[in-house]
Design a protein around this ligand. Structure first.
Ligand code: C2E
Ligand code: MG
Ligand code: MG
Length: 742
C-alpha cells in the first residue's frame, strides 16, 4: 500500500484500488493535483483493509483485480462503518452495461469507463465529492433533527390522501411504543391509538382541517401499546388551498410531562397540599365567577369565614403528625357537609418568604388557619346559619387521634352577596369582620355581618325550637276563612289556615312559621296535622249544623317535594271520614311551575281520588296563561295583589277579566282572594267571577267563632234574599252587614 501526498492544505483522502501500475500512477497524479492524499492498493482485499482503518473521502475501485474483484470489495466496504456513505467510483470496461448495473447493485456511487478520460474523470470526482458533501450535510442535519425530535418527544405522520399511505416517523413509533419496523398503512391505524373518549373530537378536527385548510392544533390522549396513556399535541400547517390538498404532514409531540408539570404547578398554586382543598387564589377566582352569575340571575351567595377556636393551643399539645392528621380530619368533616356546588377552601396565611419555616413557626402561623365556605344560590338568608348549625353538630363528635380524643369548637362570620357587598374581597373581608365580632362574644359562635340578620337568625333559632314542640304537642290551631258564591252569597267552602300563638311572642304569621317549618323539615308533619284537623272539623260541623261545604288546605312547595310526606297525605285521604270531593288542595302557582313534572304525579293521584285542586295566588308566578290547560286543576284563585287595585284601576280590572275568561274557557271555577270592599265585589260579579274570599265576607276564624258567624250569615242572607227586589241600596246593606262581622 502506497501513500502519496501533495502540498495542498486540503487534507482529502482518496483510496485507489487497481492492479494496473500505469493507472495507479496517472490516477494518483490526478488526485494529488486535486489536493488528495492518495492511498493505492492492488486488489480488493487490500482495499477493504485500507477502508477499515481509514476514513476516505472517495474510493476508486477497478472491477477486475486479483485476489478479490471490485464488486466484492465494494460490497464489503459498504458494510463497514467507515464505508457506508463514502462515494465509490467503479472503473468499468467500455459499454460493459452488465458491470455498470452490477456496480450500482453492490453500492457504487458512480462508474468511469476505461479507457479513462482523465479530464472528464477530474470533473466527475469534483461532482461526486460535492454531491457526497451535500448528502453528508443532509445526513448530519437529519441526525440533528432526529436527535432534537427525540429530545422534544416529537414525531410526524405523513398522510398521502390519494393513496392513504401513511409514513410515520421513528418519533411516532417511540411515542406509541411501536416496534422499530412497524408502519401505518392507513390513517385509521393511527386513529386506533387515540383514546376512546377523544376519538370523535380528533377525527372531526382533522376532517375540518382537511376540508377548510385550517391549521390543526389539537391536544388529545393516546393509549400506547402497553396500555399507558400519554398526552399528544398535534399540529399541522394552514393550507392556502385546501382543495389542492393531497398530502398532509402532522407533527406530534408527547406533552405528557408538560401536562403533568402543569397539573402539579396548578395544584401547588391553587390547592393546599395538606388537605387538598382549594386555597385562597382559587377561592377568589371561583367567587368572582359566582358573583357575576349571582348578579345576573339575582341569586344570593353566602360567604362563611370559619376557624377553630384556640387552634394554637390545640396544636401546641400535638406532634407534627397528629397536628396534620387533625387538620385533615377537620377538612374532611366540613367537606362532607358541602354540596357539590359549594366551595370549601383553606386559607393559610404563610407568606412567600416563610415557605421554609420550621414546624414550630408554622404552628404559630396556623393559629390563623381559616376556612372559607361559599354557598351559592342559597334559598334563604338563613341557609348559612343552617349550614353552620349542622357543622356545629358535626364538631360535637370527638376527633380521634392515635392516642387521644380532641374536642374542638368553631367560630364563624357570614357575609351575603349582594347585600353585604358585590366584590370578592369585600365579601371575604366582611365575613372576617363578622367572625371577629363573633370571637369577641365568646367561642362556638357565629355572626352575620348585618345586625338585623343576626336578630332575625336568633329569632328563627328560638322559633324553630318552639315550633318543633308546638307541632309535636299539637298546640297549633286551625282557623277557617269562608268562601262565598257571587251568585247567591251562599257559603261554598272554607280555607283552613294554620295559626300559631307563641307562648311569649304572641301570634306568629304563617308566612314566617311555614318557612321555618319547611327549613326544619317539619312541614310534612304540620301539613298533615292541618289536614286531619280540618277534616275532623268538617265532620263535626256536618253533625252539628248539617252543612255541606268543602275545605281547602294549603300544600307548601317543600311538602310537595317530600315524597314520604305526600304519601302520608294520600293515605290519610283514602281513610278520611269525609267525602273526597269536599277536600281541595291549594298549591301556589310558582310551586307548580318549578316542580311541574314531579308534582304532576301526586296531583293526578288527588284528582283520581276525587279531591279538588286549586291554583293559589295566581298571577304571582308569571306563568304563561296557556300552560294552565296542562294542569289538572279545578279552581283558580286570583291573588289579592290583583284584586286590591281593581276598584281604582281599570287596567287591573281588565287583567282580572282576562284571567276569569281564560279560566272559564278551561272549565275552571274562579275565586278572588283578599276581597275587602264592596266595589271590588261588584266589579268581580260583573266580570263573572264565581266566588270570593276576603275580609269583606270574613277573615279566618277559630272554629267556634266560625259557627256563630255562619249562623248570622245565613240569617242576614235570608233577610237580604227576601228584600232582594234589587235596588242597589239594599245590596249595599248586605255588604255592610257582612263587613260588620270582622
Ligand atoms: P294563602 O293560602 O294565599 O291564604 C290567604 C291569606 O290571605 C291568608 O293569610 C288570609 O288570612 C289572608 N287574607 C284573607 N282575606 C284577606 C283580606 O281580605 N285581606 C288581607 N290583607 N288578607 C286576607 P294567612 O293566614 O296569614 O296565611 C298566609 C299564607 O300562609 C297563606 O296564603 C298560605 O300560603 C300560608 N299558610 C297558611 N296556613 C297554612 C297551612 O296550613 N299550610 C301551608 N302549607 N301554608 C299555610
Ligand atoms: Mg291558600
Ligand atoms: Mg292565596
Amino acid at each position: 500500500m502506497n501513500q502519496s501526498q501533495s502540498n495542498s492544505p486540503r487534507k482529502l483522502q482518496a483510496l485507489l484500488a487497481d492492479d494496473d501500475i500505469g493507472i495507479q500512477l496517472t490516477m494518483s497524479a490526478l488526485l494529488q493535483q486535486k489536493g488528495y492524499i492518495v492511498t493505492t492498493v492492488g486488489n480488493g482485499l487490500e482495499a477493504i483493509d485500507a477502508s477499515s482503518n481509514n476514513v476516505f473521502n472517495i474510493i476508486l475501485l477497478d472491477i477486475r483485480m486479483p485476489e478479490m474483484d471490485g464488486f466484492e470489495a465494494c460490497k464489503s466496504i459498504r458494510e463497514l462503518e467507515n464505508g457506508k456513505n463514502v462515494p465509490i467510483l467503479m472503473l468499468t470496461g467500455q459499454d460493459d452495461t452488465d458491470s455498470i448495473k452490477k456496480a450500482f447493485e453492490v453500492g457504487a456511487t458512480d462508474f468511469v469507463a476505461k479507457p479513462i478520460n482523465y479530464i472528464l474523470l477530474g470533473f466527475r470526482i469534483d461532482y461526486i465529492l460535492r454531491a457526497a458533501n451535500t448528502a453528508e450535510e443532509l445526513r448530519k442535519s437529519q441526525q440533528r433533527s432526529n436527535h432534537a425530535q427525540r429530545i422534544a418527544n416529537l414525531g410526524h405522520i405523513e398522510w398521502n390522501l390519494a393513496h392513504e399511505i401513511v409514513h410515520c416517523s421513528r418519533g411516532v413509533r417511540e411515542i406509541l411504543l411501536l416496534p422499530e419496523q412497524s408502519a401505518f398503512t392507513n390513517f385509521d391505524n393511527f386513529i386506533n391509538f387515540v383514546h376512546p373518549d377523544d376519538k370523535d373530537r380528533v377525527k372531526s378536527s382533522i376532517f375540518q382541517s382537511l376540508v377548510q385548510g385550517d391549521a390543526l392544533n389539537l391536544e388529545h390522549r393516546v393509549v400506547r401499546t402497553d396500555g399507558s396513556i400519554r398526552f399528544i399535541l398535534q399540529i399541522s400547517e394552514h393550507r392556502s388551498n385546501p382543495k389542492a390538498l393531497d398530502h398532509m404532514v402532522i407533527t406530534m409531540q408527547d406533552i405528557t410531562d408538560r401536562i403533568d408539570t402543569e397539573k402539579r404547578i396548578h395544584a401547588l398554586a391553587y390547592y393546599d397540599d395538606l388537605t387538598g382543598l382549594p386555597n385562597r387564589s382559587l377561592l377568589i377566582q371561583h367567587l368572582d365567577r359566582l358573583l357575576k352569575a349571582a348578579m345576573r340571575f339575582h341569586h344570593t351567595t353566602a360567604v362563611i369565614v370559619f376557624g377553630v377556636d384556640k387552634f394554637d393551643k390545640v396544636l401546641e399539645s400535638l406532634d407534627q403528625g397528629s397536628a396534620e392528621n387533625l387538620i385533615k380530619m377537620i377538612a374532611e368533616r366540613i367537606k362532607n357537609l358541602c354540596r357539590e356546588s359549594d366551595l370549601l377552601s383553606r386559607q393559610l396565611f404563610v407568606t412567600q418568604d416563610q415557605e421554609d419555616i420550621s414546624y414550630q413557626q408554622l404552628t404559630a402561623k396556623l393559629k390563623n388557619d381559616e376556612y372559607v365556605i361559599v354557598l351559592s344560590e342559597i334559598s334563604s338568608l338563613q341557609a348559612a346559619s343552617v349550614f353552620l348549625q349542622r357543622l356545629t353538630e358535626q364538631f360535637r363528635k370527638a376527633f380521634q387521634l392515635k392516642d387521644r380524643e380532641i374536642y374542638i369548637t368553631t367560630t364563624a362570620g357570614i357575609s351575603l352577596a349582594p347585600i353585604d357587598g358585590n366584590s370578592t374581597n369585600r365579601l371575604i373581608k366582611n365575613a372576617e369582620i363578622a367572625k371577629g365580632f363573633a370571637n369577641k362574644e365568646g367561642s362556638a359562635n357565629f355572626r352575620y355581618f348585618k345586625q338585623e340578620l343576626n336578630d332575625r337568625v336568633t329569632r328563627n333559632f328560638s322559633l324553630a325550637n318552639d315550633l318543633r314542640k308546638a307541632v309535636e304537642k299539637e298546640t297549633l290551631e286551625v282557623y277557617y276563612q269562608p268562601k262565598v258564591s257571587l251568585l247567591d252569597d251562599t257559603l261554598v267552602g272554607v280555607e283552613a289556615l294554620c295559626r300559631w300563638n307563641h307562648p311569649t311572642m304572641g301570634a306568629i304569621s304563617p308566612i314566617e312559621f311555614i318557612e321555618i317549618a319547611e327549613e326544619e323539615g317539619l312541614i310534612g308533619e304540620l301539613g298533615k296535622w292541618v289536614l286531619k284537623t280540618a277534616c275532623n272539623q268538617l265532620v263535626k260541623w256536618k253533625s252539628e249544623i248539617n252543612c255541606d261545604f268543602s275545605v281547602s288546605v294549603n300544600i307548601s312547595p317543600k311538602q310537595l317535594l317530600d315524597e314520604q310526606a305526600m304519601k302520608r297525605i294520600v293515605e290519610f285521604i283514602m281513610d278520611s271520614p269525609i267525602s273526597n270531593h269536599l277536600v281541595e288542595f291549594e298549591l301556589t302557582e310558582s310551586t307548580l311551575l318549578e316542580n311541574f313534572e314531579s308534582s304532576l304525579n301526586f296531583l293526578n293521584k288527588f284528582i283520581k281520588m276525587g279531591c279538588r285542586l286549586a291554583i293559589d295566588d295566581f298571577g304571582t308566578g308569571y306563568s304563561s296563561l296557556s300552560y294552565l290547560g296542562s294542569l289538572p286543576a279545578n279552581t283558580l284563585k286570583i291573588d289579592q295583589s290583583f284584586i286590591r287595585p281593581i276598584d281604582s284601576s281599570n287596567q287591573y280590572t281588565a287583567i282580572v277579566s282576562g284571567i276569569i275568561k281564560l279560566a272559564h274557557s278551561l272549565g275552571m271555577t274562579v275565586i278572588a282572594e283578599g276581597v275587602e270592599t264592596y266595589t271590588q265585589k261588584t266589579i268581580l260579579a260583573q266580570e263573572h267571577c264565581d266566588e270570593i274570599q276576603g275580609s269583606l265576607v270574613s277573615l279566618a276564624l277559630p272554629p267556634e267563632d266560625f259557627t256563630t258567624w255562619l249562623k248570622a250569615w245565613e240569617v242576614r242572607k235570608m233577610n237580604s234574599d227576601s228584600d232582594s227586589d234589587s235596588d242597589s241600596d239594599s245590596e249595599n246593606e248586605i255588604a255592610g252587614s257582612v263587613t260588620q262581622w270582622h
